[in-house]
Design a protein around this ligand. Structure first.
Ligand code: G3I
Length: 374
């Protein structure tokens, strides 16, 4: 059981972590690491990280290593973020990140081979379909083989769906669809499997967590896509539910989320919660009230999500409010606070102390059924 003592009791001294990092800022807490609470239920817990957060070690690095069994590079393996001269790629940061993560005994969740939003300009200018297919598959093969055998799971295609684009198959009118054709997805997953037969191949999607007509349509489209890929023998091993939550923005249906996750699982795929965080732009400035509201949003989502035993991975998009795309205002501006207060979207505050959102995650894990780790 998780007690308040775990969050509030002072510990005598900070443990020495792998890599020689001390949990200095955690010295006044003795909470169990989230990775341990998750592992007890067969779940891998982790976070995204940016390169400096691993490679220039500080107290935040120590927190990541202490809490996480898995790390995802936040931006460093996106195609457009790796551009070298001409059409070449620069692997420096990705290489150093995977070295750090694996040498600290953590799993590596690679993100992402293909994402329409972070695709090099030169690719978008290719006019010839055959050449576009060749270059797209070269990217998949390149990333898959370079890190072959070291990756727990690969987001092969990130965010393939956009029902609003009006296609019967609900595929996004992405640069890959436009240049290669709708078969690009299947081609990419087959190439990824060939390049790294051991990595779990993931379809990662967003806006499938809340109870709105638009998200109903997107959930159905994702179910149809996975069903179709499975039927056609396209290698997909897991579905990623990003879970960028917001308090008081959209209605939520536990029943719909539960049914959706069960329906996905019935296709024989693992499920991963891949980017959990929560914006607080609708909350008052008062920190206690705000933190409680964020924690409640985590709780109502996770109580359902972790009850589904196909969910094998839980990733928060950051661990502390010190480093978050939300705090950095990299979200859509409708999710920015209009006062001067920094957002508080993650389980630890900027001083690396656990918040009510930490307790919400810990309690959801505590209540969750045990599952076979994957
Ligand atoms: O690299 C520049 C840096 O040189 C400059 O100082 C700084 C000033 O603002 O900007 C930096 O680039 C930003 C980059 O993040 C690194 O912080 C970009 O402007 C910004 O657009 C970029 O945002 C990232 C976004 O994906 C787009 O790639 C976020 O950090 C990252 O959290 C976000 O992650 C995505 C997932 O990959 C997929 N799912 C949705 C999720 C949120 O959009």
């Amino acid at each position: 059981m998780i007690s308040r003592r775990h969050v509030l009791t002072a510990a005598a001294s900070a443990p020495l972590l792998a890599g020689g990092l001390r949990t200095a800022a955690l010295a006044d807490t003795d909470h169990p690491p989230l990775k341990e609470l998750a592992a007890a239920k067969g779940v891998l817990y982790g976070s995204c990280a940016a390169a400096p957060q691993l490679l220039k070690p500080d107290d935040f690095t120590a927190l990541l290593v202490r809490e996480c069994a898995l790390i995802v590079p936040e931006n460093e393996m996106k195609w457009a973020d790796m551009m070298g001269p001409g059409e070449s790629s620069d692997y420096t940061l990705g290489d150093r990140m995977i070295d750090f993560v694996t040498s600290h005994g953590m799993a590596f969740r690679a993100h992402t081979m293909l994402w329409y939003w972070r695709t090099p300009g030169w690719f978008t200018e290719i006019a010839d379909r055959g050449l576009a297919e060749q270059k797209m598959l070269a990217r998949v093969k390149d990333m898959g083989t370079r890190y072959r055998g070291r990756v727990y799971s690969w987001d092969v295609v990130n965010e393939p769906l956009k029902p609003d684009d009006g296609r019967p198959d609900a595929l996004r009118q992405s640069v890959f669809l436009e240049k290669v054709g709708p078969q690009y997805l299947d081609l990419a997953y087959h190439a990824a499997r060939e390049a790294d037969p051991h990595a779990k191949l993931v379809v990662n999607e967003y806006d499938i967590e809340y109870d709105t007509p638009e998200q109903d349509v997107k959930r159905l489209a994702l179910l149809k896509l996975i069903e179709r890929m499975k039927k056609d023998g396209t290698p997909v091993d897991a579905v990623g539910v990003q879970a960028h939550l917001s308090i008081d923005r959209l209605p939520f249906s536990a029943k719909k989320l539960r049914t959706f996750l069960a329906d996905l699982a019935a296709f024989g795929v693992d499920l991963q919660i891949t980017e959990l965080d929560c914006t607080d732009e609708k909350a008052p400035a008062d920190i206690a009230v705000r933190d409680r509201m964020v924690a409640d949003e985590y709780a109502r989502f996770l109580d359902v999500a972790l009850d589904e035993t196909a969910v094998k991975v839980l990733v928060t998009w950051g661990v502390s409010d010190r480093h978050s795309w939300i705090v950095r205002h990299e979200t859509n501006n409708m999710k920015w606070r209009t006062d001067k207060e920094p957002s508080r979207p993650l389980p630890f505050d900027a001083a690396l102390q656990p918040k009510p959102a930490w307790t919400a995650i810990a309690q959801a894990l505590d209540h969750a059924p045990r599952r076979q780790a994957s």
